[in-house]
Design a protein around this ligand. Sequence first.
Ligand SMILES: CC(C)(COP(=O)(O)OP(=O)(O)OC[C@H]1O[C@@H](n2cnc3c(N)ncnc32)[C@H](O)[C@@H]1OP(=O)(O)O)[C@@H](O)C(=O)NCCC(=O)NCCS
Length: 153
Amino acid sequence: MLSKPRIRAAGESDLDAMTQLIGGLFALEPDFSFDPAKVRRGLGLLLARETAAALWVAELGGRVVAMCSAQIVISTAEGGPVAWVEDMVVDPDLRGQGIGRLLLDAVSAWAVRRGLSRLQLLADCENEAALGFYRRLGWRSTRLVCLRLRPGQ
Ligand SMILES: CC(C)(COP(=O)(O)OP(=O)(O)OC[C@H]1O[C@@H](n2cnc3c(N)ncnc32)[C@H](O)[C@@H]1OP(=O)(O)O)[C@@H](O)C(=O)NCCC(=O)NCCS
């Protein structure tokens, strides 16, 4: 990598770039279909939830090349706040150069500042590249599986 990316909090001006990055992420995850308008609306809602959520981007050469989000929930098991990490994606041309690690370092530092006792995430069970990445950074699998219901349908 020519220069080190800058990790910073995302803002409204990053919405287009983040929406595009999430399009690339959802292409790898059959559980999600990409609707740019919905993604943009969701990102806007996250940006507005200043105390319970955070969004980071990696900027390189003035361009947003990666992103990640986190949302705080209360865990009864932990007796306090924990966070879900989502939307972790690096521009395909820049993967494997340490940007993902920098983003998760920022998430961890934020979690410590916020007094969060645990971070958790969901990953596609066939996304071996991502699973290898997380394991390398110390994340461990659990016995939990994800179930979904669309209420009222
Ligand atoms: C997964 C992803 C976010 C990782 O980001 P990245 O910038 O490519 O990863 P990094 O270069 O920061 O890698 C960090 C460390 O993990 C290691 N690593 C990365 N992929 C790995 C793999 N498949 N197996 C083992 N180690 C791996 C790297 O070697 C590096 O180790 P080091 O810092 O000790 O040298 C990125 O590849 C990506 O955007 N993938 C597509 C989207 C995606 O799957 N997102 C996850 C959704 S749950």
